[in-house]
Design a binder for this molecule. Structure first.
Ligand SMILES: NC(=O)c1ccc[n+]([C@@H]2O[C@H](COP(=O)([O-])OP(=O)(O)OC[C@H]3O[C@@H](n4cnc5c(N)ncnc54)[C@H](OP(=O)(O)O)[C@@H]3O)[C@@H](O)[C@H]2O)c1
Length: 319
């Protein structure tokens, strides 16, 4: 399989996998309590984040995903600092807060460019469908594309209808909607049944899969006896003891398949996503080792039979 592809119908060439930098940066004051930081706990400091950048680029994973909202700008600032002058593709998201109006778009874009220390953004994604008029927003976005400030346009957490509306609005300006970033993993297969995957295929839109390791559950390092840290992972039902017990057969299958290729459960779980040409996972990494481990998913392939075995074993997570 090709290690690079175009992002949807845009001209942006991207690797088949990116890296999520949601928990990076050193927020100050209230921003330290932001969910991006507290959900799973933060990354392991600037030196490890730098290592994660370097090993990822070295392995060909040069697409980094962040958002203005993450730790109130601290994650974007850190990514800007660590990637300055490097050959990277930056995917970020707006807005920076929940009370967003379409008129705020140019200001949001300017603030993000400053934090990232760049003149343009490779992929600019609307984080949540939280505006009154998607066509009005997409017109503003199209203006910024024409001004050379955005190379490819994306959305995130959009439903099929919202995605179609954004796609049609941009098409009137001759601009493709390149991607929709939604949660997708072996333990969350909703995009296969809620129409998102089908619509992405039909319209030529890349499905960027966030939380592709199911927040660490697919790494195989957590179990009912050894639960993960972080506020969300303590309170959300998918991380409770029963849920962690129920997923153990999946981990066992990931291990069994991984042994054939000397790969870990995480690498097999990421590869299952990559085997679908319209899916691009962006696993989060807290340090250089996690980033290097995840990048290994680009270096092998699963057979169609193995892909199907994993699909069959995770049917209950399709609902
Ligand atoms: N658009 C949206 O609304 C949205 C929402 C959420 C996330 N995202 C994006 O998606 C990215 C990834 O999602 P995510 O961070 O939620 O979940 P994820 O990628 O499923 O899980 C990431 C976590 O798993 C653990 N991990 C990762 N690689 C590992 C490895 N090789 N070995 C052992 N442990 C490993 C780390 O936490 P521990 O070491 O603590 O276990 C890491 O923080 C984010 O960075 C963000 O860019 C977008």
């Amino acid at each position: 399989m090709e290690h690079q592809t175009f992002l949807g119908k845009s001209n942006l060439r991207v690797p088949r996998m990116g890296i999520g930098a949601m928990v990076w940066g050193d927020p100050k004051g209230l921003a330290r309590l932001h969910p991006a930081k507290t959900a799973y706990g933060g990354a392991h400091g600037i030196d490890e984040e730098r290592r994660a950048v370097d090993v990822s680029i070295e392995a060909g994973v040069n697409l980094f995903d962040t958002a203005a909202m993450y730790s109130m700008g601290a994650a974007e600032s850190r990514l800007g600092e660590l990637t300055r002058g490097k050959d990277v593709i930056i995917a970020t998201k707006y807005p920076s807060g929940f009370s967003f109006k379409v008129e705020d778009f140019p200001k949001e874009l300017a603030m993000t460019l400053t934090r990232l220390r760049r003149d343009s953004i490779d992929l600019y994604q609307h984080h949540y469908p939280n505006v009154k008029s998607i066509p009005d927003l997409m017109n503003r976005v199209a203006d910024a594309v024409e001004a050379g400030k955005i190379k490819a346009v994306g959305v995130s957490n959009y439903s099929v209808e919202q995605m179609r509306e954004a796609h049609a609005s941009l098409a009137k300006r001759g601009i493709p909607l390149a991607s929709n970033q939604v949660e997708y993993s072996l333990l969350n297969r909703k995009p296969e049944v809620n129409g998102i995957m089908d619509a992405c295929r039909e319209l030529g839109i890349m499905l960027i899969a966030y939380t592709p390791l199911a927040g660490g559950r697919l790494t195989g390092k957590y179990s009912a006896q050894d639960r993960p840290s972080g506020f969300f992972r303590r309170i959300l039902p998918q991380y409770n003891r029963k849920a962690l017990e129920e997923m153990q057969p999946v981990i066992n299958l990931l291990r069994e398949i991984g042994e054939r290729y000397s790969k870990t459960p995480s690498q097999v779980a990421l590869r299952w996503l990559i085997e679908n040409p319209i899916v691009l996972p962006i696993p989060g990494a807290k340090n250089g080792k996690q980033a290097a481990d995840n990048a290994e998913a680009l270096k092998f392939s699963l057979t169609a039979e193995e892909v199907e075995m994993l699909s069959q074993a995770t049917m209950r997570w399709r609902k």
